[in-house]
Design a protein around this ligand. Structure first.
Ligand SMILES: *Cc1c(COP(=O)(O)O)cnc(C)c1O
Length: 376
């Protein structure tokens, strides 16, 4: 196996799920979002480990992602968070995915496709989750229309209103205005649920909380939480008392593949952005933007070797990056290098250096980087 790999610590995923379980109590359900190949961690192994650790429900963004889980033999409920195309609905039904829906046209398409497929069905009805937009400004019906759309779902012969959901825009922010926004979303959602019930309709499983709301807004926990980021080991908020003691599941690791001597004044890599200020030893790591490692991090990060941080120097190339080991080093060729997820530096630290979020760092580590599962 090549030197560069993403070690996926399933024991840490288990610990993160247990931590969330302690927070929310025994009654609430945990939904594990495994969209985008489980935020880059590998959907099937993460889904299996999450279910074993106490998650009851999974969530994906595309029909293909749901089909991949079914092909792996997973039979837990799978939410489909994003609306799919009409032509994808037969595959959605075959795979028994539970779509979010917020408009009559899409609901009717689901109903028609169900009626057309009845003979080959595992279940009599397709489970649907009503999606309400309480302030995210993305998918979902308005709160005013929610009771009408809920009724519309219950009027379909082949659909079952399994749950009612909303999503937060700024739940991971402690800015007072943002806290007020999230509280408004919670209040609006709660009232809307009450309207649906007052109309004699069972809203099913009521769910709203992403990682931010899990950490900051217990009033948003309702019947089920859907925290992705937190379960992958990143606290959505770092300030106490809200910071969650979760641990990163992904560790990006590589090895030093060669060490060379460089004299003062010599430059390193494309663009000559780094010049040796003294005679020094430079190590090469076989990791680059061809692995989905951000080139923007060039000259911005340090990596951990034998418990010491060394600066990455020069432009990150497609396949390789360099580190300055100093004039005198105990680092040896073939030594292990950890880039993030080593207990000291995590993907959120790197993300902050280049104005992005940890989600994007882990999602972008691409398929050239083998995922190695440990701790199962
Ligand atoms: C991705 C997603 C989540 C999880 O969000 P995190 O910020 O990772 O906790 C929850 N709900 C919906 C609808 C999502 O799309």
């Amino acid at each position: 196996m090549r030197a560069t790999k993403a070690i996926i610590h399933l024991d840490k995923l288990t610990a993160n799920i247990q931590l969330v379980r302690k927070m929310i109590g025994e009654e609430r359900l945990i939904c594990m979002p495994v969209k985008a190949d489980a935020y880059g961690h590998g959907a099937v192994p993460i889904a299996k480990a999450a279910l074993a650790a106490g998650a009851a429900v999974l969530a994906v963004a595309t029909v293909d992602e749901g089909a991949e889980l079914r092909q792996a033999g997973i039979d837990a409920p799978i939410l489909l968070l994003s609306t799919c195309l009409p032509e994808e609905i037969p595959l959605l039904i075959q795979n028994d995915l539970e779509p979010f829906a917020g408009d009559e046209e899409f609901i009717s398409l689901l109903e028609e496709a169900m009626e057309a497929q009845t003979h080959s069905l595992r279940k009599v009805k397709l489970n649907v989750h009503l999606k309400i937009d309480t302030g995210m400004g993305r998918a979902g019906c308005t709160p005013e229309h929610a009771a009408r759309i809920a009724l519309f779902i219950t009027q379909q012969k082949m659909l079952h209103l399994k749950g009612t959901a909303t999503h937060f825009a700024v739940s991971d922010s402690l800015d007072p205005a943002h806290i007020a926004n999230s509280k408004q979303q919670i209040e609006c959602f709660t009232k809307t649920i009450d309207h649906i019930k007052a109309a004699g309709i069972d809203p099913g499983i009521v769910h709203a909380a992403n990682s931010g709301a899990l950490a900051v807004h217990p009033a948003a926990w309702f019947d089920m939480v859907r925290p992705g980021l937190a379960l992958y080991g990143y606290s959505p908020v770092r300030e106490p008392p809200y910071a969650l003691a979760v641990q990163p599941v992904m560790e990006l690791a590589s090895r030093i593949i060669s060490i060379k001597r460089v004299t003062k004044g010599q430059t390193i890599s494309y663009g000559k952005t780094w010049t040796a200020f003294e005679d020094t030893l430079v190590g090469i790591i076989p990791l680059g933007y061809g692995d989905g490692f951000p080139r923007l991090l060039s000259n911005q990060l340090t990596v951990l070797i034998r418990n010491t941080f060394y600066p990455q120097i020069g432009r990150i190339c497609m396949d390789q990056s360099m580190v300055n080991l100093g004039p005198d080093t105990n680092v040896r060729r073939w030594d292990k290098v950890t880039i993030f997820g080593n207990g000291i530096q995590n993907a959120a630290d790197l993300a902050a250096k280049i104005g992005t979020i940890p989600y994007e760092i882990t999602c972008n580590i691409n398929k050239r980087v083998v995922r190695v599962y440990e701790g199962a």
